[in-house]
Design a binder for this molecule. Structure first.
Ligand code: FES
Ligand code: FES
Length: 182
């Protein structure tokens, strides 16, 4: 059987447009890890059961081991590398919460957990316990027993809401000054 022809594939990965010559059936996880060297996305079960390979596609969490290039052509993909800051060692508040709450041991499941948490908190900034459990039900951990992970998600939600409040108050103060100045 002849191999499928390689096509040009484009997508926006972590805010940057990427163009690659790959076959339409190349898996997204292989595009990320092998072609773009974004090895923060992990691969474990390869059948959509563990969530280690989770990334965001147009803001929604997806298992990158199940998606082929033609299914994510032209889409916006965010990996774990796209969440942290620009400086080495910068952590996203969700990653910080996982560190502080002991939300990992070996860390293999953690990028997927963090990505699912980002999607959950974007939708439910202050999730209930049930929403947290549903939001992370596609992510398996073989080490921690989940207590630290659930605490980390809750704590990340609280710190992101507190940060939003500070930004909102600063904006209001700035607007008040603008009114007084004018
Ligand atoms: S490696 Fe993709 S879901 Fe497990
Ligand atoms: S921390 Fe080891 S698999 Fe989750």
């Amino acid at each position: 059987m002849s191999k499928p022809l390689a096509n040009f594939w484009t997508a926006v990965i972590n805010g940057e447009e990427q163009q690659l010559q790959i076959t339409p059936t190349t898996r997204l996880v292989d595009i990320l890890r092998t072609h773009l060297n974004l090895t923060g996305t992990k691969v474990s079960c390869e059948v959509g059961r563990c969530g280690a390979c989770m990334v965001l596609m147009d803001g929604d969490p997806v298992n990158s081991c199940l998606l082929m290039a033609y299914q994510c052509q032209g889409r916006e993909i965010t990996t774990i590398e796209g969440l942290s800051g620009n400086q080495e060692g910068d952590l996203h508040p969700i990653q910080q919460a996982f560190v502080e709450e002991g939300g990992f041991q070996c860390g293999y499941c953690t990028p997927g957990m963090v990505i699912s948490t980002k999607a959950l908190l974007d939708q439910h900034p202050q999730p209930t316990q049930e929403q947290i459990e549903i939001g992370l039900c596609g992510n398996l951990c073989r080490c921690t027993g989940y207590g630290g992970i659930l605490r980390a998600v809750k704590s990340a939600g609280e710190s992101l809401c507190a940060a939003d409040k500070i930004t909102e108050n600063t904006e209001m103060e700035r607007n008040d000054y603008d009114v007084v100045d004018s």
